[in-house]
Design a protein around this ligand. Structure first.
Ligand code: NAD
Ligand code: DAU
Length: 347
């Protein structure tokens, strides 16, 4: 079975690629990635020579290129993760999100529809999406699979649009698809523009920890390997044309999470308790900042038996240990363009 994984050099994609290459020697995995600032082949050094794996550098926005790949490799499954994924960047450059997240997704849908038009049996287009499409919760309630879409950022609007296209291709062309909406991931290989890896890196470097607004925003955190496990289950056992929500049952207000991270980092770095907390500063809020995300993951739990395998404390410790023992990785991704990004966003 030839499977196309898009965005496999990114954070979540690299964990999915590793899992599929390692656990399914009968599959041939093609990893298509444009290697934007977020894509990093260092993430996949341990599997790059596997006999059932090929990396292809390319842009999903290029329809001719995408079509030629489908023609050549006759993919039977697609797991689509490639995206522009950072909310703050979507505020400064929305069109980049329209291009990759919407046009790129539609290019893949067209190619799959055309290739599978005469025989869609045992084919599967799996679209990976986010809980951010549901907008913001108040103090109560959870996002379910039937919560209305209400995106607030250019990022979530582009992901919501791509979700609608996937469903529409299912209805209009009978494209066999599954779709998942997941909460905030954390773990190894996370690019240090997102809260947890950015703050780990800043604590190591004794730099300020910029908490947006009053820090009372809430996110539901899931260890990335548990997301990869859920993706494996949904790809193999999820029902055609169904959506599943994936979440960590693990809500944290940003400020509490940051304080926990500071404590753990002080211990790991042998610093006095309270040292890293002194780095916290409150900065201007993100425009359109969603107050709270929280997922009701009971459907995937009941139907597919999925639940997170590690606690937040375990996952966070694994994550911190990974960053502390992969200094080179961190150094490489925070040199060059990253410095300019940081200046622009935070200074
Ligand atoms: P990421 O930014 O770390 O990785 C994205 C990857 O896509 C990178 O390797 C990048 O090079 C590649 N890419 C970007 N534009 C491309 C293009 N035009 N053509 C080909 N490749 C391109 O993102 P991530 O955090 O790993 O997220 C992966 C997917 O999961 C995204 O679709 C995202 O919306 C979704 N998601 C992420 C989270 C999270 O917390 N990170 C949660 C839920 C859903
Ligand atoms: O919910 C799933 C989504 O989670 C994914 O779809 C996105 O791809 C992913 O980036 C993430 O979005 P968030 O906006 O929730 O993640 P981020 O790490 O950017 O921010 C988490 C919270 O921390 C949010 O409330 C904003 C806040 N924050 C973030 C940064 C980068 C800060 O207070 N300071 C910061 O410097």
């Amino acid at each position: 079975m030839n499977i196309l994984i898009t965005g496999g050099a990114g954070f979540i994609g690299s964990h999915v690629v590793r899992r599929f290459v390692t656990n399914y020697p009968g599959y041939y995995i093609y990893n298509l990635d444009a290697l934007t600032y977020a894509g990093n082949l260092e993430n996949l050094r341990d599997v790059e020579d596997a006999p059932n794996y090929t990396f292809i550098k390319g842009d999903i926005v290029d329809a001719n290129f995408v079509n030629s790949l489908f023609d050549k490799h006759k993919f039977e499954g697609v797991i689509h993760l490639a995206a522009e994924s950072h909310v703050d960047r979507s505020i400064t450059d929305p069109l980049a999100f329209v291009r990759t997240n919407i046009i790129g997704t539609v290019n893949l849908l067209n190619a799959a529809r055309d290739l599978w038009k005469d025989n869609a049996d045992s084919k599967r287009f799996y679209h990976i999406s986010t809980d951010e499409v549901y907008g913001s919760l108040g103090a109560e309630g959870l996002f379910t699979e039937t919560t209305s879409y209400d995106p607030n950022s250019p990022y979530s609007a582009s992901k919501a649009s791509s979700d609608h296209f996937v469903r529409a291709y299912g209805e209009t062309y009978g494209l066999p698809y599954v779709l998942t909406n997941c909460s905030n991931n954390y773990g190894p290989n996370h690019f240090p523009e997102k809260l947890i890896p950015l703050f780990i890196n800043n604590i190591i470097e004794n730099k300020p920890l910029p908490v947006y607004g009053d820090g009372k925003y809430t996110r539901d955190w899931l260890f990335v390997e548990d997301h990869a496990l859920a993706i494996d289950l949904v790809f193999h056992k999820g029902k055609n044309h169904e959506t599943y929500n994936i979440g960590g049952f693990n809500e944290w207000q940003n400020i509490d999470l940051v304080k926990l991270l500071c404590d753990l980092m002080d211990k790991k770095l042998g610093r006095d308790k309270g040292t890293s907390e002194k780095l916290i500063i409150y900065v201007k809020d993100r425009p359109g900042h969603d107050l709270r995300y929280a997922i009701d993951a009971s459907k995937i739990n009941k139907e597919l038996g999925w639940k997170p395998s590690v606690t937040f404390e375990q996952g966070l410790e694994l994550t911190i240990d990974w960053y502390l023992s992969n200094e080179e990785w961190l150094k490489n991704v925070t040199s060059g363009d990253y410095q300019a990004y940081y200046e622009k966003m935070y200074n």
